[in-house]
Unconditional design. Structure first.
Length: 188
């Protein structure tokens, strides 16, 4: 296991060197997307998306935001359960060229296969640490579909600095931390 500080967008060669159990800290832009945002974005043509998902990390998060004057302030931005997005994730990765996903909990075989096919990683951020995550967000760069989806489901674009620690839970080589745990349990 190794530790890395990476800039988003992450180069494919860097994604390929990451392995399950590695720890990463990322700096750059991430966008949030939960169930409704995944569905909405998949229904749109790529040209209709008002930002470039391929140049950002995808964060499974429904942040708590506060408006102060004309700017948004992040109160809490912890991860949401990623398993809910598993239904969409393989198509989402393929359509938008995502190579970094940040979330919480496990994801399934469809996502694992897409991570291999498109050279992408799924990383875990500690649940319950929303205030800590908010401290790593330097700027709210934009919000999309707030009126249609509401605060938690809207797509927020954040500039982050040294966001993490993120644990590589599923890598681009078909390995999964969840499979490793299951195998250890079976062996007793």
């Amino acid at each position: 296991m190794a530790e890395y500080n990476l800039n988003i967008p992450i180069k494919k060669s860097d994604v390929e060197k990451l392995r399950v159990g590695d720890i990463i800290f990322v700096s750059g832009s991430v966008f949030t997307a939960r169930d409704a945002a995944h569905k909405m974005m998949l229904e749109k043509d790529v040209s209709e998306i008002p930002f470039d998902p391929s140049s950002m990390g995808l964060y499974h998060c429904g942040p708590l935001m506060k408006k102060s004057n004309y700017d948004w302030e992040v109160v809490s931005a912890g991860p949401t359960t990623s398993d809910r997005m598993d239904l969409f994730e393989d198509s989402f990765i393929g359509k938008f060229g995502i190579n970094l996903i940040i979330g919480k909990g496990s994801m399934g075989d469809r996502t694992k296969k897409a991570l291999q096919k498109y050279i992408c990683i799924y990383t875990l951020y500690t649940g319950g640490a929303g205030a800590l995550a908010a401290d790593k967000i330097q700027e709210v760069k934009g919000v999309y579909w707030l009126k249609e989806l509401g605060m938690a489901e809207a797509v927020w674009v954040f500039k982050v600095k040294d966001f993490g620690p993120l644990v590589v839970a599923m890598d681009s080589h078909g390995k999964s931390i969840y499979d490793e745990v299951k195998n250890k349990i079976k062996r007793g």
